[in-house]
Design a protein around this ligand. Structure first.
Ligand SMILES: *[C@@H]1O[C@H](CO)[C@@H](O)[C@H](O)[C@H]1NC(C)=O
Length: 405
């Protein structure tokens, strides 16, 4: 039986509710600070968190996208008319492609032995070619020093001969400035199953043929002039075409799906991505080599080596979409209400340390209970212990009862 009653006690102890007691401070200074801090916190949450950052929405940042590109235009280069198949690589219309604007061509290379073509490989005797020498040349060094021309002797290589001379000045294909780039971009936000493309429905077939992108006048035209892209990226076309470079065409889809379908539109921005090569002289620009291989009638293979300088375009698609959802709304609302309480920390510091009469406030706020007091009044939870006086008064702030002053 005593066992049971002690259990009952435990249960009764468990089913109780504890609430904190409040001290109401009638002080203008702390009162004003308290309200000001609360107002600041509330306006931060309403203005920034809810309205600006849209904390009531759930966001999908995993945008799915496909990009198809097509370049059009004819250029003239070394007495040849160049079409898309000549200057665009790779030809598949991917989101990353190069427009070749300058080429250094080395024709009729065959496998064999020949002297290096550059002055930095010059030598007097074979021993000069047996020391470790730069390996950036045209082939494997044989260790012999041979005549390159009447005045220059260079180290001999085994490889594709004759060796490339890439220090010559080559012209650039200036017409590339007027080439056009057509971008077809489809996106999807999988969380909301929302799909859209950059060819907006109000764009007619006629528009698509004639329009040219302009950030203000034609912000949704999917046809871009290369010269414009370079200019929007803050670059000089002929300089970029000469050294080569990498430009980023960024298509941003930042959508508020609480608004209608029409309001989700792409925005195009342009930057130079290889800014490191812009600022240093060791490796300026962008170039690469490729070759075309042929076979003579007698079976010997020969090739045409091309060192190509060009503008590489990277079409980068980014974006996120938000839509109202009850869970983030609740979480952020609760966070807002909780944060209002942060003001009390500041007010307490001022109240208990810097205000006139801080000692009295301290005495009211913190009541000391010693063991002796406890032994004399075993029911230490009663209000007799803490205040002594019983006239209670309601606080306007939290709705809690507090001791009247
Ligand atoms: C580009 O086109 C404009 C107008 O059609 C023309 O005046 C200009 O000469 C062209 N630029 C080049 C480099 O061909």
């Amino acid at each position: 039986m005593p066992m049971l009653s002690s259990n009952m006690n435990c249960v009764a102890e468990f089913f109780t509710y504890e609430t904190t007691k409040s001290v109401v401070v009638k002080s203008w200074t702390v009162g004003v600070i308290n309200r000001a801090v609360q107002l600041l916190i509330i306006s931060y949450f309403i203005g920034w968190v809810f309205l600006h950052e849209k904390a009531y929405q759930v966001r999908d940042t995993s945008i799915e996208s496909s990009v198809v590109t097509k370049v059009k235009g004819f250029g003239k280069y070394t007495n040849r008319v160049m079409d898309t198949a000549d200057y665009v690589t790779p030809p598949q219309g991917t989101s990353v492609f190069v427009i070749i604007t300058k080429q250094i061509v080395t024709e009729n290379q065959v496998q064999g032995f020949c002297p290096e073509s550059e002055v930095k490989y010059s030598c007097v005797s074979d021993s000069d070619c047996q020391r470790p020498v730069p390996t950036t040349g045209g082939g494997i060094l044989t260790g012999r020093c041979v005549n390159y021309n009447r005045s220059l002797r260079t180290c001999e290589i085994q490889g594709w001969c004759p060796a490339e001379v890439d220090t010559v000045q080559a012209p650039i294909m200036l017409e590339a400035e007027n080439f056009t780039l057509f971008i077809k971009n489809s996106i999807r936000f999988p969380l909301f199953d929302f799909e859209k493309g950059n060819l907006l429905p109000n764009l007619t077939a006629q528009d698509i043929r004639t329009c040219r992108f302009h950030p203000v006048n034609q912000p949704f035209c999917p046809i871009l002039r290369l010269g414009d892209i370079v200019r929007f990226a803050g670059q000089d076309f002929s300089k970029l075409a000469s050294t080569g470079g990498i430009l980023g065409i960024k298509i941003g889809w930042v959508c508020d799906l609480d608004r209608s379908w029409e309001h989700c539109v792409p925005s195009y921005t342009f930057t130079r991505l290889d800014s490191v090569s812009e600022k240093n002289n060791v490796s300026p620009g962008y170039n690469f080599r490729y070759a075309k291989y042929y076979r003579r009638e007698n079976g010997t293979e020969y090739r045409t080596l091309m060192k190509a300088f060009g503008i590489r375009f990277d079409v980068l698609v980014y974006g996120n979409a938000g839509k109202f959802n009850i869970i983030p709304t609740l979480i952020n609302t609760v966070a807002a209400f909780t944060s209002v309480g942060v003001g009390t920390v500041l007010c307490d510091i001022i109240l208990l340390n810097f205000l006139k009469g801080a000692e009295q406030y301290k005495a009211k706020k913190f009541e000391e209970v010693t063991e002796v007091t406890l032994r004399h009044s075993p029911v230490y939870r009663s209000s007799q212990m803490l205040g002594g006086r019983n006239d209670e008064k309601q606080s306007t702030d939290s709705g809690a009862y507090s001791i009247g002053l």
